[in-house]
Design a protein around this ligand. Structure first.
Ligand code: ADP
Ligand code: MG
Length: 420
């Protein structure tokens, strides 16, 4: 009899994780908490209408179902201590405890960690007081980057090119708690994600997100409008360098600090003329980077994450499809500020073939109709023999899908194509 696995979360990332877990011959059932209509439609996958941040509910359901492994998708349950509660209950879990998740939960904690352990990152100051923060602004040249300390769902960072913008961000973010002001770093961003288990580091393939709403990286910041993998900027040499200068020292630093860690560790990097620097750490996979990564991953995700959750030796390397994968996020009208919801999605049922997969994010089901229910609605993901072919395939599939005011970027993958 196969294993029962639970996935916490209900976005595009969790659809991709659940889809990949369900492909394992070892897995009988996958339970998504709460999942979405996309996960509900996958073979072996079921949704559970529970709150993923409610540790008591999650532990009780995992016990009642005989869950062999819980995989925590988003940051909120990690920071809320759901990993700790599952571990206390003796249930294998992939995703760090609150102490480890502080690397994402507090940017000030992450900066102090990086400073303590010699990781490359922007110079910074931490402030709780307006006068001191404004003093720092006077003493440092523009641009500067102002960051709120805690989880802010992408709304807690301002890259300020004008003094007035910097001051406004300082005043606004200080109302929520401590802030960071840091040096502006020039370069190209990339996402480097590894599985980290108490000093063991197993890197995933490199990927690149597209944070801005509009083509050419214009417009407001979003949760991410598309991603692709692999990315030429994280070639073998640069990946080795990131492992050596960032990921291994981070894993070692956690050990030195006596912080147990079992989960994904995501380094958001700025790669400039002096090499990679860490913009931030996340304690989970990126969304939408997960969608192309899961399309390319050939290794059995269940076996891998269970091995990690049990603290056993990780494999030396993962097996990846040599093809490129690219995900285009389809967002609702008004995203990111005021997404319009409740529109029926047309063209979802067109068969796309094995090289294309549509991952759901902000959707809900109304009888047989799938309707929009959030800002980022779908992640249309395609494999291709080259990045250009993956891009072409993804956009061909996007063209079949419609709802009023649908918006998406037309240029996902452009940096990779430019370098290729
Ligand atoms: N020091 C920096 N220099 C230049 N750009 C930065 C810097 N820090 C952050 N950014 C930009 O702001 C974005 C968001 O910052 P990040 O630290 O990743 O916070 P979050 O993802 O929590 O919003 C980054 O993706 C990057 O584009
Ligand atoms: Mg970020």
């Amino acid at each position: 009899m196969g294993a029962k696995v639970m996935v916490l979360g209900g976005g595009g990332r969790e659809h991709a994780i659940a889809w990949k877990l369900a492909q394992s011959a070892e897995v009988a059932e996958v339970y998504c908490v709460p999942g979405n209509p996309g996960t509900a439609a996958e073979a072996k996958v079921h949704n559970l209408a529970l709150k993923p941040t409610d540790a008591d509910q999650v532990v009780a359901a995992a016990h009642a179902l005989g869950i062999a492994l819980v995989v925590i998708g988003p940051e909120a349950p990690l920071v809320a201590g759901v990993g700790d509660a599952l571990r206390r209950a003796g249930i294998p879990v992939f995703g760090p405890n609150t102490a480890g998740a502080m690397l994402e939960g507090s940017k000030a904690h992450a900066k102090a960690f990086m400073e303590r352990h010699g990781l490359p990152t922007a110079r910074y100051g931490r402030f709780t007081d307006t006068d001191a923060a404004l003093g720092y602004l006077r003493d440092h040249p523009l641009p500067v980057v102002v960051k709120a300390d805690g989880l802010a769902a992408g709304k807690g960072v301002v890259v300020a090119f004008e003094q007035t913008d910097a001051e406004a961000a300082v005043r606004q973010f200080l109302q929520w708690g401590p802030i960071i002001i840091e040096e502006f770093l020039a370069g190209e961003e990339a996402s480097f994600i590894a599985i980290v288990v108490d000093g063991q580091v197993l890197p995933l393939a490199g990927s690149q997100d597209h944070k801005r709403l509009r083509d050419g990286d214009q417009g407001p910041n979003t949760g991410g409008m598309g991603a692709y993998s692999p990315t030429p900027i994280l070639d073998t040499a640069m990946s080795e360098r990131v492992l050596r200068e960032v990921m291994r020292p981070a894993a070692q630093g956690l050990m030195t600090d006596r912080t147990p860690y079992c989960g994904f560790l995501y380094a958001g990097l700025m790669i400039g003329s002096t090499g990679p620097k860490v913009l931030e750490f996340n304690c989970r996979l990126g969304d939408p980077e997960t969608q192309p990564l899961m399309m390319r991953l050939r290794s059995d995700l269940y076996t891998l994450l269970l091995t990690a959750a049990c603290g056993d030796p990780l494999p030396k390397a993962l097996d990846w499809d040599s093809r490129a994968a690219l995900c285009v996020v389809l967002a609702a009208a008004g995203y990111p500020d005021h997404p319009q919801v409740g529109d029926p999605i047309l063209g979802l049922n067109k068969t796309q073939g094995d090289a294309v997969k549509i991952f759901h994010a902000g959707t809900t089901a109304d009888d047989d109709t799938v309707i929009t229910a959030g800002g980022r609605v779908l992640g249309v993901t395609a494999l291709g023999e080259s990045l250009a072919i993956a891009q072409q395939r993804a956009y061909a599939a996007v063209a079949d899908i419609r709802w009023p005011g649908l918006q998406y970027r037309q240029d996902i993958g452009y940096r990779g194509l430019r370098r290729a």
